[in-house]
Design a protein around this ligand. Structure first.
Ligand code: NI
Length: 301
């Protein structure tokens, strides 16, 4: 989606999501084709819409059943993991410098490597996962949460929600949360719209579906350059207190960037927290948009 990159060229650094302009940003337009493994789920709405985010199917597909019958059939839903998306346990981000790492588009080939890097760095982060990937790899979704990270949806197959009608966009959100429910026994109260693209209509849908919208203030451009040094440089350019870093766990870059950035910024007094921890004092509200600690937009009246 080269036009999206062009639109960012005049900004001093890589993009921050800009929703009020129907905010498509540089956020990983290649993520859909780059999805590392073909999902096993048989519930994917259609291959063509999956590969072309701008041409969704006209039919709202049925909500997915519980993914892979071989692994999910007789099991009762898991109990809610303790502390799932809880704001508890972090520092007071109104008093100390906090920053949140976020990882999109998984679970996928590099989710395990990303988790390992986070564990070695001793920090918690937040993952925004695509419904079809959750359905294909529910064990990875469970592992992310079991290791104490926060988790939200990122649509079923990465369309630009603003280009879908209400029914299609709602399905993208609901089907993804259903896949999360199937994996964890409960859904999530937050999501990240693909490409950071949303408008008043989509925000209203999110509100009605009880979803806070989590954007970002720091684009690492990991998906674009696949180069850890470049991503580290972009993070240096943009990161400040209360920031949210956009990365992807479908590429190997994140696992290389995490230890470097954590070490540097902890030395500067920063604390690495999850999204719910970052907004602990403000709360995550359905339909509201969260770019960084000091940039939250409510629904226009
Ligand atoms: Ni994405």
């Amino acid at each position: 989606m080269p036009n999206k990159q062009a639109s960012t060229a005049s900004t001093p650094a890589p993009t921050q999501a800009t929703p009020e302009t129907e905010g498509a940003t540089s956020e990983n337009p290649k993520s859909t084709p780059a999805t590392p493994e073909k999902p096993k789920a048989t519930v994917e709405p259609s291959t063509s819409s999956a590969e072309n985010p701008t041409a969704p199917s006209n039919q709202a597909p049925a909500a997915p059943t519980v993914s892979d019958p071989a692994t999910s059939a007789p099991q009762a839903p898991a109990a809610n993991p303790p502390g799932f998306n809880s704001p508890d346990g972090g520092p007071d981000c109104e008093k100390v410098k906090c920053v949140a790492f976020t990882f999109d588009d998984g679970p996928g080939e590099y989710t395990e490597a990303t988790l390992k890097a986070l564990k070695e760095a001793g920090i918690k982060a937040t993952f925004f996962q695509m419904g079809r990937n959750v359905a294909a790899h529910p064990e990875l979704t469970k592992k992310v949460v079991a290791e104490g990270h926060a988790l939200g949806g990122h649509s079923w197959n990465h369309p630009q929600l603003t280009k879908l009608n209400d029914k299609q966009a709602s399905w993208q959100i609901t089907a993804t949360n259903d896949a999360i429910k199937a994996a964890l026994g409960h859904g999530s109260n937050m999501m990240r719209p693909p490409y950071g693209a949303f408008n008043h209509r989509i925000r209203t849908l999110m509100k009605n579906l009880n979803q806070a919208s989590i954007l970002w203030s720091v684009d690492s451009l990991d998906w674009k350059y696949l180069d850890a040094d470049k991503s580290i440089e972009y993070i240096h350019q943009q990161l400040g207190p209360g920031g949210i870093i956009l990365m992807h766990d479908i590429h190997p870059v994140a696992a290389k960037v995490i230890p470097v950035i954590v070490k540097e910024y902890q030395a500067k007094g920063y604390h690495f927290v999850t999204i719910p921890q970052l907004f602990k004092s403000k709360g995550l509200k359905p339909g509201f948009s969260y770019f960084k600690l000091e940039e939250i937009r409510g629904l226009p009246q």
